[in-house]
Design a protein around this ligand. Sequence first.
Ligand SMILES: Nc1ncnc2c1ncn2[C@@H]1O[C@H](COP(=O)(O)OP(=O)(O)OP(=O)(O)O)[C@@H](O)[C@H]1O
Ligand SMILES: [Mg+2]
Length: 373
Amino acid sequence: MTGIPEHPPHPELIRVALMSDHPGLRDLFERSGMVRVVEAVPDVLVWCLPHDAEGLPSDVLAALADPGAPGVIVLGDGHPVRWFQEALRLGVDDVLCLPQTPQSLGMAAAKARAARARRIHAAPADGPAGGGHVFTVFSTKGGSGRTVIASNLAVCFAQAGLRTLLLDLDLHSGDCALVLGLAPRATLLDLVTGATAIDAGALGRAVTRHVTGADVLAAPARPEEEELVAVERLERLLETARAGYDAVVIDAASAFSPTTLLALDHTDTLLLVGAPDLPAVRSVRIALETLDLLELDLPDVRIVMNRAGADVGLETADIEATLRREIAYALPSDRAVPLSVNRGRAVVADDPRSPAARSLLGVSRSLVAAVGR
Ligand SMILES: Nc1ncnc2c1ncn2[C@@H]1O[C@H](COP(=O)(O)OP(=O)(O)OP(=O)(O)O)[C@@H](O)[C@H]1O
Ligand SMILES: [Mg+2]
């Protein structure tokens, strides 16, 4: 069946331009639920070439020569492709042989867009070099403690004297402002849908200041507003945030959405949150595997076990063996956490002697030391 998405389309679709006519290709990309086929301002260009072509055509070569150009995917209409080695040598982001499933085309588009963002990021900037460190708190399971961890770390960083931004990228249901007792007058939506450019001034007007000095850029107020956020504008937001702050703490959504992929692409330290129960450990393992598949090459990934310490039959050593990774930090299960959330205060300020607060402060100190701030 054609024309019917296998997955509901995501609001922040990857903009793909098809540079060759190939029957059914548009439909295949769109059925991934991750892609919108466009004519203008693409994130990714896709060519389809005969597998026995002598080499890559000049328009592909021109796109590859420009570091600011969109990502490039080249599809071969059969196997083996004669131009495979040339494509790899010249930096094509992905080469695939048809037929492919909608999902693998969607993933290829995501990888190509991330690679493109990396290139742009690596290119020398015109403005002042942004020296901030981006921490992303992520897990693929909802309710794992991302918001508690991100908001408390931001408060600790600010208390340590760092210019800190807490960036709520849980665009569907972010509640960083709420758990810190803030009533934001503006949200990320005002910033990214505004007519003006996203720069330090516009960011400064959109944030809400916490009493510790941490700035909070709140998520859109209502779930349906997520659809109004264009992912292209978020790239600029992330660059502006890094340039203007010492520490940017991102509370990411619980899925590998286009927004999360973009955040990961700008991340220096990823805090992957799990818990000592089988489904949560499995979700951390799958998240690690997905990061490998996406070839995001994150420089620093640290696993945080939240609600650890309770005797629930899963030992740290067993979890580390399953994950084939060390657990960097273990945060205790502590009633002080929901109590502080319900008061709209960070637990590190609300009950600094509680086990959770001490532990979070320890994590923040270790992170500050590790990143040399
Ligand atoms: N270490 C802890 N001890 C006790 N309760 C905790 C702990 N960490 C988080 N919680 C509680 O778990 C709930 C979920 O935490 P939080 O909102 O931070 O998770 P999340 O991953 O951001 O969830 P969501 O998917 O809703 O965004 C909150 O009520 C919080 O108080
Ligand atoms: Mg949350």
